[in-house]
Design a protein around this ligand. Structure first.
Ligand SMILES: Cc1ncc(COP(=O)(O)O)c(C=O)c1O
Length: 461
């Protein structure tokens, strides 16, 4: 048995942590060392931990008792704000009623209720829902679904995928390959066969508000790739309606429709990864509805439970589902050899139903659309601030490109985010951008304070 240094454990470790305990918790290097943190500069974090111990509404409380305004809705997850009673109560109730049901061969009613709810909220034609545990699992599920679909249709050579530069589809084996952020790909070698469309972040579109005017022709690159490989070898195109983690890259006017048309004309499935754009971020229940283009497959996660429980889902058109059912063999056999222990976990279903109810009950889409123009003006007021070379926005999302130290694109955004945290604001830094995605319930005054702090911070560099 390994020796545990009890000196580093809080005496109250059996109970819930609160700010006072945290102030005396010894964050020694040894204690911090066991946890290998995801997507984090571990050495940097462990030299100056940024511990969040509670949250309410638009604020986090840090271990040293400070309030931090949440400028990214957690991880693009918590648009309704943190610790919403309605969601908490639904989880508690579900935990004490049915904490887990087997997800294979058996199920539980909330899975079906939630599937119907999702079909109702998403665009017409997306009629079936496959549950996963995360956005990454949704990505890989959708890719496997696409390949298997074509095989069942007698077109087994359709295996190749087309992603897009600056795209992010999580970190699993298919997702990182179709993703288009070099830093996420370079360590991991070959995965699936994939090509990438060019991203649509053009210098000529700098400081566009909402959808930019230039670049619809970039969609035609898909025709070139089809010419190169032949449609008989391509299973699907996977893109985000707007690229979130890549820095809020909003599609040019007409671009998504043109991609849709090319896919339809060539018998290629179109997958929208709506892990960020789904459930309100775009001012509609999905990016598909906001942009008026419907995919064949749609991936969601994050906001589906307001981030409170891990959950994802893949929605598909009826033709896909029916194809699997028709080719399934005897009824007792599995039609799609894929699924997760935590697919449609009852507690996650309860959280999702409560979160989606809140979106509807509180007319959240109207609220988002009312706030979005204010947010747009506020973020674009940063034009002219030192180092700010582009600002892009859509709905309640914004990417701010920062000019960079030679060879170190991520350094200045990192410095900005750290200074912001010291001032009581949480913003995301990724690549050469600062990203904002305020909770849908953020007030105008809170947006002002966030943007003012950002201006002051960037100017001070
Ligand atoms: C568009 C998109 N797809 C997939 C993912 C991966 O989701 P997860 O981190 O839940 O696996 C993310 C996460 O940010 C995302 O933004």
């Amino acid at each position: 048995m390994k020796r545990i240094d009890h000196q580093h454990l809080s005496p109250e470790s059996a109970g819930p942590p609160h700010a006072l305990d945290e102030q005396t918790r010894p964050y020694s290097k040894e204690w911090l060392n066991a946890y290998w943190m995801p997507y984090t500069g571990n050495r940097d974090f462990k030299s100056k931990p940024r511990m969040l111990v509670s949250a309410k509404g638009c604020y986090y409380t840090t271990s040293d008792g400070r309030q931090v305004l949440d400028g990214l809705s957690g991880m693009w997850t918590s648009g309704l704000g943190h610790c919403r009673q309605e969601i908490t109560q639904a989880i508690v109730k579900q935990c004490s009623t049915l904490d887990l049901s087997p997800s294979f061969q058996f199920s539980q009613p909330l899975a079906f209720e939630l599937a119907n709810k999702l079909v109702e909220l998403t665009p017409e034609g997306l009629d079936h829902v496959f549950f996963t545990g995360s956005g990454s699992e949704s990505a890989d599920t959708s890719l496997k679904m696409a390949r298997a679909y074509w095989r069942l249709k007698g077109k087994a050579s359709k295996t190749r995928f087309i992603g897009r530069e600056k795209g992010y589809h999580g970190v699993n084996f298919g997702g990182y390959a179709v993703g288009g952020m070099a830093a996420n790909r370079k360590m991991f070698g070959q995965s699936v066969e994939v090509d990438h469309l060019p991203h649509t972040q053009l210098a000529s579109n700098a400081f566009s508000k909402g959808m930019p005017k230039n670049g619809v022709e970039l969609a035609d690159e898909l025709t070139r790739l089809i010419g190169l490989h032949d449609a008989s070898n391509i299973a699907a195109v996977i893109i985000e309606p707007f690229s979130g983690s890549g820095g809020v890259v909003v599609p040019p006017e007409g671009y998504l429709q043109r991609i849709r048309d090319i896919c339809s004309a060539n018998n290629i499935l179109l997958i929208f990864d709506e892990v960020i754009t789904g459930f309100g971020r775009c001012g509609a229940y999905t990016g598909a509805q906001a942009f008026g283009v419907t995919p064949d497959i749609m991936n969601v996660a994050k906001q589906i439970t307001n981030g409170v429980q891990p959950m994802g889902a893949v929605l598909t058109k009826a033709d896909l589902y029916q194809t699997f059912m028709e080719h399934g063999g005897p009824d007792y056999l599995v039609e799609f050899a894929h699924g997760y222990t935590y697919s449609a976990h009852p507690v996650a279903c309860a959280a999702a139903l409560a979160a989606l109810d809140l979106l509807v009950r509180d007319n959240m889409m109207e609220q988002i659309n009312a706030l979005a123009p204010y947010f747009e003006n506020a973020v674009h007021s940063l034009r002219g601030v030192k180092h700010v070379v582009d600002i892009r926005n859509y709905g309640l999302a914004c990417g701010i490109s920062i000019d960079h130290h030679p060879g170190e694109p991520a350094k200045r955004p990192y410095e900005i985010a750290m200074k912001m945290y010291d001032k009581g604001f949480y913003v995301r830094y990724g690549g050469d951008t600062i990203q904002l995605a305020p909770p849908f319930i953020m007030t105008r005054a809170q947006i002002d304070s966030l943007i003012n702090a950002l201006a002051e911070t960037i100017n001070s560099l």
